[in-house]
Write a protein that binds this ligand. Structure first.
Ligand code: GNR
Ligand code: NI
Length: 172
């Protein structure tokens, strides 16, 4: 097991559009190791989701566990949202935009189809924070970040705040 470094805004690599996973690759032990390492990285952060894009792997998969006790680890490979209903506003954060939080409006309830870590297709109807997280991670796979929903002025303030925090961390 290993913790992986997480790319941070405004790293241009976070803007990469991820390509579909070839399902045959899931039989590869190194791919399975990657899932385990992503869960370890997410749990240690701590976070409730992690998209491959954030660890500089530009293929369409992500891991999520929104439970307090790490009892529902979910892997989504090649996820697609097939239905949406309603709207919800949730205060989001992102491991690639540390210590920044902002309200984002997304679909309230979604149906998502994906492959699990072994290549088995599944369909899940989700709402609440899990629905938020699925949409947030799928945005990463398209090179999109939650700060993109903010005004350009606010996004620039976020960029400056992170640059300052990094500078201070390096000076210490
Ligand atoms: O850990 C995370 N928490 C979170 C809170 C509100 C909305 C979305 C998220 S996802 C985030 C982890 C992350 O950055 N995933 O890409
Ligand atoms: Ni994120």
């Amino acid at each position: 097991m290993a913790q992986l470094p997480i790319l941070e805004f405004p790293d241009p690599r976070l803007r990469t559009k991820a390509v579909p996973v070839e399902a045959a690759r899931l039989a590869d032990p190194s791919f399975q190791q990657l899932f385990d390492d992503m869960f370890e990285t997410m749990y240690e952060a701590p976070g409730i989701g992690l998209a491959a894009s954030q660890i500089d792997v530009h293929q369409r998969f992500m891991v999520i566990d929104v439970t307090e006790d790490k009892i529902r680890p979910l892997v989504f490979v090649n996820p697609e949202i097939t239905a949406r209903q309603g709207e919800q506003v949730y205060q989001e954060g992102c491991l690639s935009v540390p210590n920044i939080f902002a309200d984002v409006t997304r679909s309230d309830m979604i149906t998502v189809q994906a492959l699990d870590r072994h290549g088995q297709p599944f369909t899940l109807e989700v709402d609440g924070v899990l629905a938020v997280c699925v949409q947030h991670e799928m945005d990463h796979l398209d090179g999109k970040l939650f700060v993109d929903y903010l005004s350009p002025l606010k996004r620039e303030m976020v960029r400056k705040k992170l640059a300052k925090a990094r500078k201070q961390a390096n000076a210490a």
